[in-house]
Design a protein around this ligand. Structure first.
Ligand code: C5P
Length: 300
């Protein structure tokens, strides 16, 4: 009996570090980053249907030709040659124009969900190849966990899980457009380059203090997000071991020693009236959660 419905969770991401190391053809930038999936999820339901429809209830993100979920569905049909339809509902929990990869998570969730729904059995590398054509952060949204990410965002090196910690994420009322942030970077440059190699080594050593010491974002100064310094100061005052902007902004987050410390700090930060989220590291990427996969039985 073919599957009729699947439910997918697709984690948002934080940049533990982000450096710009050059330019690439097509106006893209060569990046060096350590990226971390977090326990803040886009929730997708995909149903077989005679039509192709995408709904994002409660979100202002338009469902047009730029919508990453719709583009992912079209790319999946294009790649597989399947003649079918799908009805996709995305409950967006990740802030928009935040630098948290919500649009990429939607695309990754659709690819993973359609792969399961239609039994297409595409490999992770095939999904990543399709995803790379949809957006620079989609391969990471598929892979998840902790990765060193280079190139345009498509060269992934999976790392061991980052040391246990908690995150408090503050989203100001004004978001940032990624292409505009990179345009400002081209005009202004940056005096700051985080040491992504040192951070990779700290992740490998399970050294949270080292991860925090190397945390930083080369786009922070030119992002145009006016609230970043004030949010960083508030996070530091609330006990964060490090604070930085994620991606091209505008969300700013703090790293805390534990999830419980992060929860306590979030309470204080919510008084400011800004949107505040808490999360911990997630070890996976976009995945089907229903129907649950049967766990392989150990051999007797
Ligand atoms: O690939 P994606 O659509 O997510 O990228 C959005 C924009 O961000 C690109 O059009 C480009 O202006 C900028 N970008 C970049 N270099 C990257 C990733 C994104 O310049 N490596």
């Amino acid at each position: 009996m073919p599957l009729q419905t699947v439910t997918v969770l697709a984690p948002a991401k934080l940049n533990l570090s982000l450096d710009v190391v050059g330019t690439l053809p097509g106006g893209y930038h060569a990046l060096d980053m350590v990226m971390q999936a977090v326990t803040l999820y886009e929730e997708l339901t995909l149903r077989r249907s005679p039509f192709l429809t995408v709904r994002m209830p409660g979100s202002f993100v338009p469902v047009n030709e730029k919508n990453t979920a719709l583009r992912a569905a079209l790319a999946f049909f294009d790649y597989t040659g399947l003649l079918a339809g799908v009805d996709i509902t995305v409950h967006k929990n990740t802030p928009v124009r935040a630098g948290m990869g919500g649009g990429s998570a939607d695309a990754a969730g659709v690819l993973v969900g359609m792969n399961e729904l239609f039994g297409a059995r595409l490999s992770m590398s095939e999904l990543c190849a399709i995803g790379a054509g949809l957006g620079a952060d989609v391969p990471f949204a598929l892979m998840g966990g902790t990765c060193r990410v280079q190139g345009k965002g498509d060269l992934l090196k999976p790392l061991p899980p980052c040391p246990a910690c908690g995150f408090v994420i503050v989203m100001p009322s004004v978001g940032v457009s990624t292409p505009e942030a990179f345009k400002r970077y081209d005009a202004l440059g940056t005096p700051f380059h985080p040491d992504c190699e040192a951070q990779e080594q700290a992740v490998r050593a399970g050294d949270l203090a080292g991860v925090c010491a190397a945390a930083g974002n080369a786009l922070e100064a030119c992002s145009g997000a006016a609230k970043t310094p004030a949010i960083r100061a508030a996070l530091t005052a609330a006990g964060a071991r490090a604070s930085l902007m994620t991606g091209s902004g505008a969300a700013v987050y703090g790293i805390f020693a534990t999830g419980a410390e992060a929860q306590a700090a979030a309470g204080a930060l919510r008084q400011s009236g800004q949107k505040v989220y808490t999360a911990v590291p997630d070890r996976g990427g976009a995945r089907v959660v229903c129907p649950a996969r049967a766990k392989p039985q150990p051999a007797r």
